[in-house]
Design a protein around this ligand. Structure first.
Ligand code: XMP
Length: 307
């Protein structure tokens, strides 16, 4: 039986060994926030950094930054939006997209460590990320050493305190650390962010469509307490009618799943009325969308994300 308090003590002892300025990369998600709070009490010279890659949900950079500040942790927000969109330009292949994101992510982090004159990077990689990347399912953005990429290539020495536990255990650690439920119970959001949910080329304009649909989806479906729910912008257009005219509009797929460890997942049995309300809101609030579909595939064979 997993004991979060014992785990916290063990990890703190390990983190105490770190001597020298250290950066922790926070995304606002459960994994990296738990890492930051674990390290905060035992690592002397810790800098919390949030990379604004332009692929976050609405209001996220501001929310993450105030969350840390309110709890007495100094956080630096680094705007790298242009760099990320430039690196994703013209890429449609899912794995290429993930690799381009990963490369930009670590290039930016390497630069941040250099600017801060920091020696170490703490990041929130968890066991499922490593398992899926090593298993060849997909390249998770935060896995390097385990697949033979030397972090020194980016000028980094990486510490991964949570690499031996899964999501439900990370949540238990977050709870034991005294973090608020809204944090440790937060639905997972992948490192490459909305880039995982824009099928085809990731442009600022297409990202904005999925950002709006994500906000509506979370507002309507989070109360069902699923493991994860989100919207995806598909790469094709569908024929429809608006104001008596034929248009080719965007297609939004809605995903809502139940899972424990993200290794398997089942679609949530969302009440029809809720789906209808969600559909109406997406169609009314995002004029470029002409079709909304609800995804009923489990994992396997489908993964949770679309890329
Ligand atoms: P899949 O799509 O493989 O996702 O079923 C399993 C879980 O992992 C999340 N995910 C990621 N998390 N970096 C992350 O930090 C990534 O590159 C990444 N890709 C997927 C996904 O949201 C789900 O919870």
């Amino acid at each position: 039986m997993f004991d979060p308090d014992k785990y916290i003590e063990k990890k703190k002892d390990e983190l105490k060994e770190i001597k020298g300025r250290t950066v922790v990369a926070a995304s606002g998600g459960v994994d990296s926030t738990v890492c930051a709070f674990l390290a905060h009490t035992v690592v002397d010279d810790l800098k919390v950094v949030f990379i604004d890659d332009g692929l976050m949900r609405e209001g996220e950079p501001e929310q993450v930054s105030s969350f840390f500040k309110e709890r007495g942790l100094d956080i630096t927000v680094v705007n790298a939006q242009k760099e990320f969109f430039d690196s994703l330009k013209g890429i449609t292949d899912p794995e290429e997209k993930r690799k381009a994101f990963r490369n930009t992510f670590y290039t930016v982090l390497g630069r941040i460590l250099k600017d801060f004159k920091a020696k170490y990077l703490i990041q929130g990689t968890i066991a499922a990320d490593i398992k899926e990347t090593k298993g060849g399912i997909k390249t998770q953005h935060n896995v390097l050493e385990q697949i033979g990429i030397d972090p020194k290539r980016y000028g980094l020495t990486i510490v991964e305190p949570l690499k031996d536990i899964y999501k439900h255990e990370v949540r238990a650690v977050g709870r034991a650390l005294g973090l608020p439920e809204q944090l440790w119970d937060r639905i997972p959001f992948p490192g490459p962010g909305l880039a995982c949910r824009v099928i085809g080329e990731v442009t600022p304009e297409r990202t904005e469509v999925v950002r709006k649909a994500t906000k509506i989806t979370e507002e309507e479906l989070l109360e069902l307490k699923p493991f994860q729910t989100f919207a995806v912008l598909l790469n094709d257009k569908a024929t429809g009618m608006k104001n008596g005219n034929r248009i080719f509009g965007n297609i939004i797929a809605v995903r809502c799943v139940e899972s424990k460890d993200a290794l398997t997942a089942f679609p949530t049995n969302v009440p029809w009325k809720k789906l209808e309300k969600l559909r109406d809101r997406i169609l009314n609030e995002i004029p470029s969308v002409i079709k909304v579909v609800y995804d009923i595939t489990p994992k396997p064979p489908s993964t949770i994300e679309y890329i």
